[in-house]
Design a binder for this molecule. Structure first.
Ligand SMILES: Cc1cc2nc3c(=O)[nH]c(=O)nc-3n(C[C@H](O)[C@H](O)[C@H](O)COP(=O)(O)OP(=O)(O)OC[C@H]3O[C@@H](n4cnc5c(N)ncnc54)[C@H](O)[C@@H]3O)c2cc1C
Length: 308
């Protein structure tokens, strides 16, 4: 089945970045279509409580996502969800996006906002306790562990810096790391070691998450001896890397070594008329506010491109 309409803007991904781009583009009377692979809202939907989005004291992540979706629709943005993109043809003046189900959509500009996901540990119980004791974002969830005891998994800069940040809330933070040394800058290591609330379990890996309605305990293996032991815990923060959802864009637009989309200050990718926004681009801080800002810029730049 072929769609005859040529949109002004096709947005790939309906998270905070994509929905914001959708709001701006459709409000500028550009015919706009969002194609979203999963449930609309992206990572916002995974977030129990968003307490740092300006103008909204505190809200459920899914409610914020829903409001953004309704706002985009109000301006005439079309949204298609729960689909799978099969291929992209982004080089010509008219860009084509083909779906697995045979549908095909065309546009004059494309905004890529497929987001990303924290790299999981991939061990038993991780899926069950996500958001019920397991978190991948200290900025977002640290506050929920005030006065409690948490584990931080990882040994890079993020893990050590976030562990220090978590001591603002948690009574005790235990860093569990697989090696006998950290892969972080010395100042980050020094800061973590100097913090009286932080303890270390080195040369060890988590093997499973256990609990009932919420996380209660983790099983840890001491690698040199193979000894398994359990630790009661209120929360676990995992910082073992991040995966941008750009697998199907390799060879299409320029990606960094970490597979993030390379953009300029107008969110323009390596291809004319193709922009990118949100967690999928090269950047340091990944938050709803930064995704929203990127989506705004990408949409304004796409409008400028169409005018030119
Ligand atoms: C547990 C958790 C809690 C967090 N809490 C907070 C918080 O409290 N405050 C805060 O500011 N930030 C928080 N963050 C970070 C914030 O959610 C993200 O930075 C932001 O939502 C990213 O938005 P995005 O639109 O770039 O990407 P995403 O939210 O990842 O959205 C991308 C969308 O694109 C879809 N998609 C992926 N691939 C494709 C494809 N090939 N084709 C079509 N669609 C595709 C996805 O299904 C998804 O819907 C949290 C993150 C997590 C994981």
């Amino acid at each position: 089945m072929t769609n005859e309409e040529i949109f002004d803007v096709i947005i790939v991904g309906g998270g905070a970045a994509g929905l914001t781009a959708g709001i701006y583009s459709s409000r500028a009377r550009l015919s706009t279509l969002i194609l979203n692979e999963g449930a609309i809202g992206g990572q916002m939907v995974l977030t129990e409580e968003v307490a740092n989005y300006p103008g909204v004291e505190t809200t459920k992540g899914y409610l914020l996502a829903n409001t953004m979706k309704n706002q985009a629709k109000l301006f005439g943005c079309k949204i298609k969800s729960n689909l799978k993109i099969k291929s992209y043809d982004l080089e010509g003046e008219i860009k084509d996006v083909k779906l697995e189900d045979g549908r095909e959509f065309s546009s004059r500009t494309v905004i890529l906002s497929p987001g990303g996901r924290p790299r999981p540990l991939g061990i038993p119980g991780e899926e069950d306790f996500k958001g019920k004791g397991i978190s991948y974002c200290a900025t977002c969830d640290g506050d929920f562990f005030t006065g409690k005891e948490v584990i931080v998994v990882g040994g890079g800069n993020s893990a050590l810096e976030e562990a220090v940040a978590l001591t603002q809330y948690a009574e005790k933070v235990t860093i569990v790391h697989q090696f006998d040394h950290f892969q972080a800058f010395q100042h980050a290591i020094d800061q973590a070691k100097a913090n009286p609330k932080i303890e270390f379990i080195m040369e060890s890996e988590l093997r499973s998450f256990n609990g009932d309605a919420g996380l209660q305990e983790v099983s840890i293996e001491h690698l040199p001896t193979g000894e398994l032991f359990s630790k009661n815990i209120d929360g676990v923060f995992i910082f073992v890397g991040y995966i941008p959802n750009t697998g199907d864009l390799e060879g299409k637009v320029k990606l960094s070594e970490r597979k993030e989309i390379v953009v300029d200050e107008a969110m323009q990718t390596s291809l004319p008329g193709v922009f990118a926004a949100g967690d999928c681009i090269v950047k340091r801080f990944r938050q709803v506010t930064t995704a929203v800002a990127d989506g705004t810029i990408a949409s304004l730049a796409a409008a400028e491109f169409l005018r030119s």
